[in-house]
Design a protein around this ligand. Structure first.
Ligand code: EPZ
Length: 417
């Protein structure tokens, strides 16, 4: 159990270097087994989910060396295609190993993945895409047995731009004979980062960032050196913390274009934002206005992962903020906890209305999931008195030494293990 102690009320000031992206790192780590190769990945965040991916790689027989934010992987000695349930259930992204193992071994034996409980999270689109490329997949309870005597290119039409299904299809397509086109693909920056990795590894691939990705299978293997893109959700979280607490900070090593929808709403709420190529200055007097409607959508729309932290930022904003969640059915789990701080939030189905209150007060909270936990930190920073958040390891799945990061900006935060 990790316990966060937050004394709210401090303004945030200073500069902050944003960590590498969790959601870009995880599929790239899975992609490192596509073919016998060596890869060197930099700016990989030190997180629980990354540890879980590295444990899967070691279990499969890869040599893995981690030196701070650099990871060196040699997948030439891959010796198995089975991932035990105890490793699969640690995170959602373990499911991306399915496409990678099918590509490398023609077989993958694994079970349904874990991850945050945000409602039903089926993998039907992943299975549909892999089956279209010739994979045979038997589902037996939680167990999945996948084989392919030879994957072939296919025209895959995703009815919804699922991030994970797009990634699984991209990886399997690397070993397919012929061309694969993924229509209705996810367009997130993490998909483009995966394309860049695959391209560097010798795969002929283009289109990531648009809704159609083309992959010509059977590539020439090359070793890869890559730097992971900055984490747009961590950057959004810090920006929301600043908005709520007030102050003046510079975020460095980021791409403001990756979270422009979040910045748009923070600006509408009253923050001053100055963007440059790889940095952003954001100022807030903590006297925000209600905003919205904010509607979560697939990229380039407003990200569902930033919804809980934006909600936390506007709890004291004058007037009303309306948020509609369209990606996950259960992503307002932070609401009852935020209400303990004195927030006035009314939920009806997938819509939440936040009526700004003049002040929040500290309370004891329980982190419900990764971004929900982060929203409690943001709200705690803007509350009077002490907020204590008990967390069963959700927040450290995605935020690297977040207590140090906030303390360096002047926040009174202490993380007890
Ligand atoms: C990725 O999850 C991210 N995780 C999530 O980040 C993020 O919230 C999500 O994309 C949406 O942006 C990683 O990248 C590791 P999806 P993923 O498949 O791939 C439905 C965080 O906090 N769906 O795009 O699981 C699904 O139920 C996390 O860092 C199907 O119905 O998301 C959901 O409603 C949490 N069938 C929606 O699509 C499928 O086969 C979006 O899921 C797949 C998905």
């Amino acid at each position: 159990m990790e316990i966060w102690h937050i004394r709210g009320g401090n303004r945030l000031n200073g500069t902050c270097q944003v960590q590498g992206s969790k959601n870009a790192s995880l599929p790239i780590l899975a992609a490192s087994i596509l073919a016998p190769m060596r890869c060197e990945l930099h700016h990989i965040p030190e997180l629980r989910d990354v540890d879980a991916a590295l444990r899967i790689l070691r279990h499969l027989g890869c040599r893995v060396i981690q030196e701070k934010q650099s990871v060196y992987i040699d997948s030439t000695g891959l010796s198995g295609c089975y991932i035990p349930n105890r490793l699969m259930e640690e995170m959602r992204s373990s499911v991306i190993f399915m496409g990678a193992l099918l590509a490398r071994c023609g077989e993958a034996n694994l079970s349904l993945p874990g991850g945050c409980h945000l409602g039903k999270r089926p993998i039907d689109l992943h299975l549909m895409a892999l089956r279209q490329m010739g994979a045979e997949i038997e589902e037996n309870g939680r167990e999945l047995h996948c084989t392919a005597s030879g994957l072939h290119g296919a025209d895959i039409r995703l009815p919804f731009p699922s991030v994970g299904a797009t990634e699984n299809a991209m990886l399997a397509a690397c070993a397919a004979k012929g061309e694969t086109r993924i229509y209705g693909a996810a367009r997130e920056p993490e998909i483009k980062a995966l394309q860049d990795f695959l391209s560097a590894a010798g795969v002929e691939i283009h289109g990531a960032g648009s809704d159609t990705i083309c992959i010509i299978g059977r590539h020439k293997e090359k070793d890869v050196v890559q730097r992971i893109i900055p984490d747009r959700i961590v950057a959004s979280t810090i920006a929301c913390a600043l908005a709520a607490s007030g102050g003046d900070i510079e975020l460095r090593g980021i791409d403001p274009g990756h979270f422009s929808t979040v910045l748009h709403f923070l600006n509408e709420a009253g923050c001053d934002i100055i963007k440059s190529n790889y940095a952003l200055r954001i100022r807030s007097d903590a006297k925000l206005r209600g905003i919205g409607p904010v509607i979560t959508e697939p990229y380039p729309g407003f990200p569902t992962d930033a919804q809980p932290v934006l909600m936390a930022a506007v709890l004291k904003a004058e007037g009303r903020t309306k948020i509609r969640e369209t990606i996950f059915e259960n992503r307002f789990r932070q609401v009852p906890e935020l209400q303990r701080l004195g927030a006035k939030i009314v939920c009806s189905g997938q819509t939440a209305e936040i009526f700004g209150v003049p002040s929040l007060h500290g309370a004891s909270l329980t982190a419900t999931d990764l971004r929900g936990g982060a929203s409690m930190i943001v709200a705690g920073l803007a509350a009077e008195g002490e907020t204590v958040i008990c967390d069963d390891g959700h927040i450290t799945r995605g935020y690297e030494r977040f207590d140090n990061c906030l303390r360096a900006l002047g926040a009174d935060v202490y993380l007890e293990y």
